[in-house]
Write a new protein. Structure first.
Lengths: 484, 206
């Protein structure tokens, strides 16, 4: 397996999407892996959605529940805090990534913890928790199978539900054989999971501190919910002495009964299952059962800024099922790394730039053909195309003030086109002129094979039909005269 | 084009111009799903933002008279058989906007099914985007080309002579690649097929 330079999944430093996508497009193995994996999950999802006659009603209910939670976010968060504390949990508030990392490091120091086990959590990847803990001398062990593959292989996640989706099993075999010292390991899935189980068993039994994310926080009771497929989560939630849960503030649900709807849409959308194999719910601490100390770190990190914008607030409905990326024709070609963030795909294209206050990742809102399939599959009905267009307007307005825009052929083209569309005589004059200019590029067969400037991005793979001898207007006039 | 690329101020002026130009028209028939989707899905928001009540009123009065071609033929005229003749093997590409934004449903097939002499071949992965996406095709020209390659594989697998659609932008994209690759298939707008008869067959450019 080649050890290509790892992509940068930090929106503050990642290259623009078109540039980051290029090596992915040229990686034939990655494209095969991603296409195969997303096709399999999509087919499973489609089958299980089809068996629910009330699927659209479920989506509407899920979307309403999430909106209700977001409408009264502050009140529900305070209710959650009160309920969780009343049952022995400790609730911390973190305004940004740095504060969340400090809170977690301080807890680990109090615990004298030099090792932690982790359940897969994208929020911890968002705040780059692992490298910071390692730098502080804490050894971090991921326990989710895909996360183990990434950690041992020193790879980056490319999907929010199946983060090692871009890695196939012969690559997994190579990573396990190399890092676990198992030279005779086969690439049989059973052998691979057995190797992972062996690797994990000691960690579960010996390490006394665990870090988790959260799928849902229940305001009504102060409970936390985690859904997973492998049971590693259940081990992390029950065996250690201390449990730290890191959760984005938008994960809140008003009441226990809301889970009925959310769990139905989440499992079907995420993995194409009627119900995920393990659903864990716990509230504070219970003497004699599970962790003795329980901390929840509620993370803002840009979320209240998104919440403040009426149109974009629906971004926070997201329950991280990944259905949008499985369905996305752009993600299918590039995989997740091109998005330069731990949140790839359509949801990443709207979430990442907003989390950075529209200061970074401005190429992401343009990384979509606006085909609309993301919106169609979203279980909480986030209108991703609408938000993409809105963010594009914000980016374009940011650029209007810059002098460099006069050297941007796209900007000039759009402004000139608008001018031409505003007056019929200007448009007709331009058509006439374009016919002369484009004639220079048009071959005898009536097709253009090569264009300069941004036109070259079209003609690199596509021809373009030259302008016809007669415009529609001219044809229409002629036809009218002929029939009179 | 402007609205979808983030040029909102420019989109305002074009939306206003659309209302001015067409407000007296009895019916506006648009043979392009993406244009109809723009008018239906985005213009209302643009006019709301503009806040000009008179303009909003004029737009709301015009909107029900705006039809996509297949909607016009089937919903307004109640016609499925337009008397067309097109003796070729054809596959139909349901554009993203026709499929998801306008919900054209079976309309295109009902029209195509009545064309005499034509063999209609189903296209695999019908719901998948061809990768055009307006300025996406140049802003993300490489990704767009990769999407196009995948789509073209499906289109070519039908063994059709023509690929048709109700959106010229997808056809420009697919047709441009077919021509570049000497693929042995051409694109043709559905309006051309429906207008084709034994006496005056569709004029298909090279």
């Amino acid at each position: 397996m080649s050890h290509a330079p790892q992509p940068i999944l930090d929106p503050n430093f990642a290259p623009p999407f078109p540039q980051a996508a290029l090596p992915m497009l040229r990686d034939s193995q990655l494209r095969k892996n991603v296409a195969h994996a997303t096709d399999v999950i999509q087919a499973r999802r489609a089958r299980l959605v089809a068996e629910k006659s009330d699927w659209q009603a479920l989506r509407s209910a899920a979307s309403r529940i999430r909106d209700e939670a977001l409408e009264n976010l502050g009140a529900y968060l305070e209710q959650f805090e009160k309920q969780c504390m009343a049952r022995g949990g400790v609730v911390h508030w973190a305004a940004d990534a740095a504060e969340a990392r400090t809170i977690i490091r301080n807890i680990l120091e109090e615990e004298n913890a030099s090792e932690v086990i982790k359940i897969k959590t994208m929020t911890s990847a968002e705040i780059q928790l692992n490298p910071h803990l390692e730098a502080a001398g804490v050894k971090v062990f991921e326990t989710d199978l895909a996360e183990i593959i990434l950690q041992l292989g020193e790879l980056e996640p490319s999907h929010i539900v199946v983060p090692a989706l871009h890695v196939n099993r012969s690559q997994v075999r190579e990573i396990f054989a190399r890092t676990m010292g198992l030279s005779n390991l086969s690439d049989d899935p059973q052998a691979l999971t057995a190797a992972a189980r062996n690797y994990l068993r000691r960690k579960f039994l010996e390490i006394r501190t665990a870090i988790s994310g959260a799928n849902f926080l229940i305001a009504e009771t102060g409970a936390v919910a985690i859904v997973e497929s492998e049971g590693n989560g259940r081990m992390c939630l029950t065996l250690p002495r201390t449990l730290i849960t890191l959760a984005g503030i938008e994960k809140i649900l008003p009441g226990y009964s809301d889970l009925e709807v959310m769990l139905q849409v989440l499992a079907r959308s995420a993995t194409g299952e009627r119900m995920n194999p393990y659903t864990s719910l716990w509230t504070g601490v219970t003497p004699g059962d599970g962790p003795k100390r329980f901390h929840v770190v509620l993370l803002d990190n840009g979320r209240t800024a998104i919440h403040a914008r009426e149109k974009e607030r629906q971004t926070l409905r997201c329950i991280r099922c990944g259905a949008c990326m499985n369905a996305c024709p752009v993600y299918r070609q590039t995989g997740g790394h091109a998005y330069g963030s731990v949140y790839p795909g359509p949801i990443g294209a709207i979430l990442t730039p907003q989390l950075t206050g529209m200061k970074h990742a401005q190429s992401l809102p343009f990384a979509s053909s606006l085909c609309g399939v993301c919106c169609e599959v979203c279980p909480v009905k986030i209108n991703i195309p609408e938000i993409l267009i809105d963010l594009r307007a914000q980016v374009t307005d940011q650029e209007r003030g810059k002098a460099a825009r006069f050297f941007d052929p796209m900007y000039l083209g759009m402004r000139v086109a608008n001018l031409l569309f505003s007056r019929a005589w200007l448009f007709h004059a331009a058509q006439w002129k374009a016919r002369i200019v484009l004639k220079l590029f048009t071959r005898k067969d009536g097709w253009i094979h090569s264009l300069p400037s941004i036109g070259a991005k079209w003609t690199q793979t596509r021809d373009l039909r030259g302008l016809p001898q007669q415009t529609f207007h001219e044809w229409w006039k002629q036809r009218k005269q002929a029939t009179q | 084009m402007h609205a979808n690329t983030g040029f909102r101020a420019e989109a305002f002026s074009q939306a206003k111009r659309f209302v001015r130009l067409y407000q007296d028209a009895e019916t506006v028939i648009i043979p392009s799903s993406s244009c109809v989707a723009m008018i239906r899905d985005q213009y209302p928001g643009l006019f709301d933002e503009l806040g000009n009540e008179q303009l909003q009123g004029e737009f709301r009065a015009l909107l029900p008279r705006v039809y996509e071609l297949s909607e016009f033929l089937i919903d307004k005229l109640g016609v499925e058989d337009v008397g067309a003749y097109f003796p070729h093997r054809v596959t139909y590409h349901a554009s993203c906007h026709g499929l998801r934004a306008l919900n054209l449903g079976t309309r295109p097939w009902r029209l195509l099914g009545k064309v005499r002499g034509m063999e209609l071949v189903p296209l695999p992965n019908l719901e998948r985007c061809c990768g055009f996406g307006g300025t996406f095709s140049v802003k993300n020209g490489d990704v767009s080309s990769a999407m196009l390659a995948v789509k073209l594989e499906d289109v070519m697998s039908t063994g059709a002579e023509f690929c048709t659609a109700l959106d010229n932008s997808c056809l420009m994209h697919l047709g441009g690649a077919m021509h570049r690759q000497f693929a042995g298939m051409k694109t043709i707008h559905m309006a051309q097929i429906l207008a084709s008869t034994e006496q005056t067959p569709a004029e298909v450019l090279g």
